[in-house]
Design a protein around this ligand. Structure first.
Ligand SMILES: [Cu+2]
Length: 219
């Protein structure tokens, strides 16, 4: 005879969980201290974005590789940023963004001759066991010959924006209940409008609309 009245709460919890499972942006500095990617080993989910930041003054690039062929373009798929230099010691205004589409290991290297041989390589989602480690890749790279892809592909080169936490949390508004369906036609405003439903009622045009909103806000 146990009645389960927690169903509504469960739904709300689920909604908030869903909204927090958003893609992450993973920043990787290129050439910040010599022939390096930093960090040179990262973990990423499918949908996450690798964001390569190019540090001056030496030009660098980033390309995907296969473990079996260090310092050479991957045989299928992959990405290449093209060679990017900066005017001085600072960071280039453009970053290269690659969306991760698998959780398999992704090896990458700098395509400037000599750099990969010198250890300028990294890995996304290294396997936790086995011999295909970044260290093994770098060891083999010492006797490789760097080849860069011919064209930029597999990612987007664009201006860096400092708002790394731009993920919208519009689902938060929905969490307050069915009132969201009433609110959205009136407001169409921001995510915070959903949360502060009561106060936003005042923004509405007619008095009755404001009343309706505040009633829902109490619940
Ligand atoms: Cu380089």
């Amino acid at each position: 005879m146990i009645t389960t009245k927690v169903t509504t709460m469960k739904v709300i919890t689920l909604l908030s969980l869903l909204s927090s499972a958003s893609a992450a942006t993973i920043k990787i500095d290129v050439g910040k201290s010599g022939l390096t990617f930093s960090p040179d080993s990262v973990t990423a989910k499918t949908g996450d974005i690798l964001e390569y930041h190019f540090q001056g003054p030496v030009p660098h690039s980033v390309a995907q590789s296969d473990f079996s062929s260090p310092c050479n373009p991957s045989k299928t798929g992959g990405f290449y940023s093209g060679m990017i230099g900066t005017a001085g010691n600072g960071e280039d205004s453009d970053v290269f963004r690659v969306t991760v589409n698998s959780t398999s290991p992704i090896f990458f290297y700098c395509g400037v001759p000599g750099h990969c041989e010198g250890g300028m390589a990294g890995v996304v989602n290294p396997s936790s066991s086995g011999s295909e480690t970044l260290e093994a890749y770098k060891n083999a790279a010492q006797s490789a010959n760097t080849v860069a892809p011919a064209n930029v592909f597999g990612g987007v080169l664009g201006p860096a924006d400092d708002s790394s936490s731009t993920t919208t949390v519009s689902e938060t508004g929905t969490g307050t209940g069915t009132s969201s369906s009433t609110m959205s036609p009136t407001g169409g405003n921001s995510a915070s409008g959903g949360a502060g439903g009561g106060s936003y009622g005042g923004n509405g045009n007619s008095g009755s609309a404001a009343l309706g909103a505040s009633v829902f806000a109490v619940s």
